[in-house]
Ligand binder design. Structure first.
Ligand SMILES: NC(=O)C1=CN([C@@H]2O[C@H](COP(=O)(O)OP(=O)(O)OC[C@H]3O[C@@H](n4cnc5c(N)ncnc54)[C@H](O)[C@@H]3O)[C@@H](O)[C@H]2O)[C@@H](O)CC1
Ligand SMILES: [K+]
Length: 497
């Protein structure tokens, strides 16, 4: 499991450790990690041009000490001091002693504009820019001068390495208000911060490397990401005794005369995901049977369809009366229920809260915004807060889809984040496949948070497999939703393999 801790937990752990170590020891560990990552990005340190963007806190101190290490190895290092009077004093002395230079971007050193112009030219000519503007002490959007240098770093040809986290990204949430540094890589200290794993912050961080500095945050992480081994541990495996009921029968109430395909795709996701059997209720029974003779189709309300261990309701329902009745009928059962797409339009918080079996809601940002009564952009810019808010409001587990998918449980457990997806997944019908996949895992007995997170993981992996893009998020080619469903068994084997 990859875990991420909030600023308060990281600071508390740092305090404990600092009390036992000589002064400056942690910063030296951080600087050593930064210098090593810088050397890797540069390829050749000797003769390279390195610019340090130095703010007024310890984040700038890390950058200055790393710069001193690089200067000793023959790099030409220039520190750009964004708040000259408040730059880390010992770090600045160390840099100067190692032969580095400092430019004042603001204040007395030759006048603000002159200093800033020289500094901007240095950024433009650099091979590597180290972003030490702010770290976990950052508050609100970047101030104007810092924002100007964040832009300059982006426009420069230089590789950009963020110190602890890209300046302008909020450590606890991944929110970005205004300008932020776009890093090619980030070296983070002691623990991942939620903002490095959650969008939009994650996009700004580039490749993230964790440098252990000896701190061990206590308590539950704020965010966690399942890794291969975690998914392998959670995947249901049939035993010799398994019959279809033990494997889990999943019911799919989806599709309409208008959108029969959604029913077919949800069934496809379920059939490919280890369900013992798939029952289908809805207007696309003919299409479903034609494509999946293994499905059992039923007429009448879902609650009369026979034994089912979990229901999926919603994909392609259309928004009429029938949809509302179907959702109410399914929510009235005492098995786990996944509600997706149009099904989400018929949700009453009180009805969901009153359920004794788990409910898993799987909105995309637009659907989440409708449930919360806010504009879509608000959900997209504050994804962590949105998913937590929805889970609390509905007393349900919520899976918020996106380039990174978040899964929040109602009782405030760590939010699960998944980033196995690929940009090619943003295609019609891929969400229907996900609902069938997650439904099958619920039917197999996984807890709702596990079912959501494992489904998102496999779904992303299957899409990458289908797109031929390997493990990279942007490689490969287009995929259709049915290709994703067809690739689920392969992703499953890959995880267990
Ligand atoms: N505390 C520790 O033990 C360690 C801390 N380390 C580093 O120290 C950092 C935290 O240092 P600090 O607590 O000094 O805080 P930061 O250096 O992250 O930021 C605080 C400073 O930035 C300024 N600032 C805040 N918001 C700003 C904004 N929006 N725009 C521009 N400037 C802004 C503030 O005026 C303040 O002086 C970590 O991120 C990490 O890089 C590392 O050296 C490892 C050890
Ligand atoms: K930074």
């Amino acid at each position: 499991m990859r875990t991420a801790y909030g600023v308060d937990e990281v600071r508390a752990a740092e305090r404990d450790l600092m009390a036992r170590l000589p002064e400056g020891a942690l910063m030296q560990r951080a600087a050593a990690g930064l210098a090593a990552a810088s050397a890797e990005l540069l390829g050749r340190v000797y003769g390279s041009r390195v610019v340090l963007l130095v703010g007024s806190g310890d984040n700038g101190g890390d950058a200055l000490y790393a710069g001193a290490r690089l200067a000793r190895r023959g790099a030409g290092v220039t520190a750009v001091l964004l708040a000259p009077g408040r730059a880390h004093g010992h770090g600045l002395s160390a840099l100067r002693k190692a032969g580095g230079a400092a430019l004042e971007a603001e204040g007395s050193g030759g006048g603000t504009e002159l200093g800033a112009e020289a500094a901007l030219r240095a950024v433009a000519r650099a091979d590597l820019v180290l972003d030490g503007i702010v770290g976990i002490g950052g508050k609100g959007g970047l101030r104007p001068l810092a924002a100007r240098f964040a832009r300059a770093a982006r426009e420069s040809e230089a590789a950009v390495l963020a110190v602890d986290l890209p300046s302008g990204v909020e450590a606890d949430s991944g929110e970005v208000r205004g300008e932020a540094v776009r890093a090619d890589a980030t070296v983070t200290f002691g623990a991942y911060k939620p903002g490095l794993l959650v969008d939009p912050g994650r996009e700004y961080a580039g490749v993230v490397r964790l440098v252990p500095i000896g701190i061990e945050p206590a308590g539950a992480p704020a965010v966690e990401a399942l890794q291969f081994a975690d998914v392998a541990r959670l995947l249901p495996r049939p035993g010799a005794e398994s019959d279809k009921y033990r494997r889990g029968v999943v019911g799919i109430a989806a599709g309409s005369a208008q959108y029969p395909g959604a029913g077919v795709l949800a069934v496809a996701g379920a059939v490919r995901s280890g369900a013992g059997a798939v029952r289908y209720v809805g207007a696309a029974a003919g299409e479903v049977i034609a494509r999946f003779p293994e499905a059992l189709v039923h007429e009448g309300p879902p609650s009369h369809a026979g034994r089912v261990q979990a229901w999926v309701v919603g994909p392609g329902l259309g928004s009429g009366q029938d949809g509302g009745r179907l959702v109410a009928d399914v929510l009235g059962t005492d098995v786990p229920v996944l509600v997706d797409a149009e099904g989400l339009r018929h949700l009453e918080p009180s009805v969901v809260r009153a359920r004794t079996a788990p409910t898993l809601l799987t909105p995309h940002a637009g659907e989440a915004a409708a449930l919360l009564g806010v504009p879509r952009e608000e959900v997209e810019s504050a994804r962590l807060a949105s998913v937590r808010g929805l889970a609390a409001a509905y007393g349900a587990t919520v899976l918020l889809k996106g380039a990174t998918t978040l899964v929040a449980a109602p009782a405030g457990a760590p939010v699960r984040v998944n980033s196995t997806g690929t940009a090619w997944l943003a295609t019609a019908g891929s969400g229907d496949v996900l609902s069938g996949l997650a439904g099958a895992l619920l039917a197999a007995g996984l807890l709702s948070g596990d079912a959501g997170a494992v489904a998102a993981y496999l779904h992303g992996l299957a899409a990458r497999g289908a797109s031929g893009g390997g493990r990279g998020a942007s490689g490969g080619g287009p995929v259709a939703a049915q290709d994703v469903a067809a690739a689920i068994p392969g992703a499953w084997r890959e995880v267990l393999g």
